[in-house]
Design a protein around this ligand. Structure first.
Ligand SMILES: Nc1ncnc2c1ncn2[C@@H]1O[C@H](COP(=O)(O)OP(=O)(O)OP(=O)(O)O)[C@@H](O)[C@H]1O
Length: 266
């Protein structure tokens, strides 16, 4: 699925949170959305998954105006994994993943063997099949995140939106989930804070600052010390890692730079 955001703006109480944003995610791409806290990443994604409604602009899915589509149709086309796990009553892990099948069903239509098979496959892929009967509410933050990814997989969406999908995950699952998403080759837009992880997995990136896109391009061009200094206010050294072939960022703390300055002065 090709996804396009054209000149989207959004404000709350006269505060412009999203300002004339244009972006594209081509079929099969994994595109990163990076930017400091409060730069508008979640707000943009919420406009895209229809929790918020843009003041202006268009969002198209394969050229069709998403805002004119029925909610159920957009729910079939796209899945969202957001940073906040939903508050649920006492649903099992399997029930939560089965909910990913709901947009494909008519009112009161029973779940089928195909639905259950897709759910089992999705649970296996995120390593949660052995906890399928456990209450979702009792899971750890990382386990909840993996179940929500499984729900998105079971829904067979053509477009995935991930808002900090690896929040709460230990490093093994951070890598595993992004490996999994990458292997799916589903069109994906992911807000990511960990720039080294983003570097490993994203084909392209958009950089947000104060609600605007301030840079976009392939990962190697974006993750440069000058841009990281101006957007995040940090000093870095960036090299291309010999094994991954991707940018690898070393962050240089202020204390180190002060020590270096003292050393140079002496
Ligand atoms: N309902 C709201 N009312 C007022 N301001 C809001 C509201 N929702 C978000 N904001 C503000 O909009 C700005 C963008 O927030 P948003 O959550 O989109 O940023 P973000 O880039 O996702 O940040 P983070 O990296 O911290 O998750 C922030 O300054 C936030 O305080």
């Amino acid at each position: 699925m090709n996804v396009e955001v054209k000149h989207v703006t959004f404000s709350i109480h006269d505060k412009q949170l999203i300002d004339d944003i244009c972006l594209q995610v081509q079929k099969g791409e994994l595109v990163g959305l990076i930017g400091p806290n409060g730069s508008g990443k979640s707000t943009l994604l919420k406009n895209m998954y229809r929790v918020l409604k843009p003041d202006n602009g268009w969002i198209t899915l394969d050229g069709r105006d998403m805002l004119r589509m029925k909610y159920k149709e957009t729910a079939r086309q796209m899945a969202v994994v957001s940073q906040d796990a939903p508050q649920t009553f006492d649903f099992s892990v399997r029930d939560i993943v089965l909910m990913g099948r709901h947009p494909h069903k008519k009112l009161l239509e029973a779940d089928t063997a195909v639905d259950y098979e897709l759910v089992e496959q999705a649970l296996k892929r995120v390593g949660m099949d052995t906890q399928a009967e456990q209450s979702f509410a009792t899971l750890s933050g990382g386990e909840k995140q993996r179940v929500l990814i499984a729900r998105a997989l079971a829904g067979q969406a053509n477009f995935l939106m991930l808002d900090e999908p690896t929040n709460h995950l230990d490093i093994r699952y951070q890598l595993q989930i992004l490996d999994l998403v990458k292997a799916l080759q589903v069109t994906t837009l992911a807000a990511l804070h960990d720039l080294n992880l983003a570097a490993l997995y994203c084909d392209r990136m958009y950089v947000l600052q104060e609600g605007k896109v301030v840079a976009s391009g392939i990962t190697e061009d974006i993750l440069q010390p000058n841009l990281l200094r101006s957007v995040f206010g940090v000093e870095t050294e960036v090299c291309i890692h010999p094994k991954t072939g991707k940018p690898n960022i070393t962050f240089l703390p202020d204390s180190l730079r002060r020590e270096e300055a003292i050393h140079d002065a002496n």
